[in-house]
Write a protein that binds this ligand. Structure first.
Ligand code: FES
Ligand SMILES: [Fe+2]
Length: 434
């Protein structure tokens, strides 16, 4: 349970809200690389309550500018993207990726105005299929770091994207809530007598029927990790089925992998009441291609989402839930794992009231998420700590990973999925908190 002041601190990101200010100190996944084509259509991007326009210039460089022209204010989304700049349609002012005015055809040629005017622009980087933006104070910009899902440029990554009309925190809580997967996603994650989680084109399998996992959490410098222990179908007396999920604050969660590929999700606030959700499969021996991944998740543009990534399934049409499908074996009547999640997140209301929920043992990681992020944002607001995840000690993100597998009872779960630097940090911390 959170007080309404704490709930606001956790959820609000617009304007001066401390959580938004803390998020701005990170490199933010702003949009997918594939959305921007050199000299192609500019893209409207809403982030942290700000309206921005992204474009890729003739040289392939990316600009992320205020959406509205500083002259008289029309949207630059309709502008011409040509010869290394974005030109406003109204009077033809032209801006480069750094926000300089490079042409001002409506003013006298010798006017000093061109040198004086700038449009707001944010620095960008491109890695792992994403354009990343830094929206914080320039003097605080952190070094750009490869995310956990892009250890190198060769690792295959497939991304499904959708805009979700609710606050970011209730989406992120769903990403670190192992218990719900055994129920909400039970049609897509089916128990099987195998030694590890598997994946087919139709569903994922897992070696357990247990719907009530026991959880242990551990705070880390980048956020936290937790293990969900379930009774396996085989060897239940001597072994546990362990699923380790990792939260790399504030945007990324690493979901336990299956035998074919790794899974991650990213949640980025568009504003207080809407968010960008990305679901990723990456690496592994049998990575699925991007189109296949979007089909699997039922997030195909033109079928399930429109060209602005809004889902065709909305609260108003009851997410097109199919009761006949339910009678014929689908647990939810909603196809695709993210669509099932979205129906839950959005139906909670724009921003869920956390003073009213009834938490149990399986919500252990959700409680940890709230405690971690509320403490982090309070300390950041009060100047007692830097932004979570940026401060020392630093664990390289590419060394962070999730885990799933059957382990002998008594195994130290902190060794699962952790590499050298993190192992060292964890052993210095002493015994795991639980
Ligand atoms: S309003 Fe954009 S150039 Fe005049
Ligand atoms: Fe889910």
């Amino acid at each position: 349970m959170l007080t309404s002041e704490e709930n606001d601190l956790l959820c609000r990101v617009e304007g001066d809200a401390p959580m938004g200010q803390m998020m701005r100190r990170h490199w933010i996944p702003a949009l997918m690389s594939e959305e921007l084509i050199a000299d192609g259509k500019p893209v409207r991007v809403r982030l942290m309550g700000e309206d921005l326009v992204a474009f890729r210039d003739s040289d392939g460089k990316i600009g992320l500018l205020d959406e509205f022209c500083p002259h008289r204010g029309p949207s630059l989304v309709y502008g011409r993207n040509e010869q290394c700049g974005l030109r406003c349609l109204y009077h033809g002012w032209k801006f480069d990726v750094a926000g300089n005015v490079i042409e001002m055809p409506s003013e006298p040629a010798d006017s000093p105005m061109k040198r004086k005017v700038k449009i707001k622009s944010y620095p960008t980087e491109e890695t792992g299929g994403f354009v990343w933006a830094y929206m914080g104070p320039p003097e605080k910009i952190p070094a750009f770091e490869r995310p956990p899902f892009a250890p190198d440029d060769q690792t295959p990554i497939s991304i499904a994207k959708v805009k979700v009309p609710c606050n970011w925190a209730q989406i992120q809580e769903g990403q670190i809530d192992s218990a719900h997967s055994s129920t909400l996603h039970s049609t897509d994650m089916v128990p099987a007598r195998v030694d590890s989680a598997g994946a087919t084109e139709k569903n994922w399998t897992r070696p357990s029927t247990d719907k009530a996992p026991r959880m242990i959490t551990q705070t880390t410098p980048y956020g936290f990790r937790y293990v969900a222990l379930r009774r396996p179908i085989k060897d239940a007396r001597t072994h546990d089925y362990a699923r380790v999920t990792v939260y790399v604050a504030p945007f990324i969660s690493l979901i336990p992998p299956n035998s074919s590929y790794n899974v991650a999700s990213i949640v980025v606030p568009a504003d207080d009441e809407s968010s960008w959700f990305y679901f990723l499969s990456w690496g592994g021996e049998a990575t699925v291609g991007t189109e296949q991944w979007r089909q699997f998740n039922r997030l195909v543009m033109g079928e399930d989402i429109d060209s602005d990534y809004n889902s065709t399934r909305t609260l108003e049409n009851d997410f097109l839930q199919d009761r006949e499908l339910m009678n014929n074996g689908s647990f939810t009547g909603l196809p695709g794992i993210p669509n099932q999640d979205i129906a839950m997140w959005v139906s909670m209301g724009k921003t869920v009231n956390r003073s009213r929920d009834t938490l149990g043992a399986s919500d252990f990681a959700v409680v940890e998420f709230r405690r971690l992020m509320v403490d982090a944002v309070k300390n950041f607001r009060d100047g007692k700590a830097g932004p979570i995840g940026i401060s020392d000690p630093h664990i390289p993100q590419v060394e962070i990973s999730s885990y799933q597998g059957i382990i002998p009872k008594g195994t130290d779960w902190l060794t699962l999925g952790t590499e050298e630097t993190e192992q060292m940090f964890l052993s210095n911390m002493g015994k795991a908190a639980s």
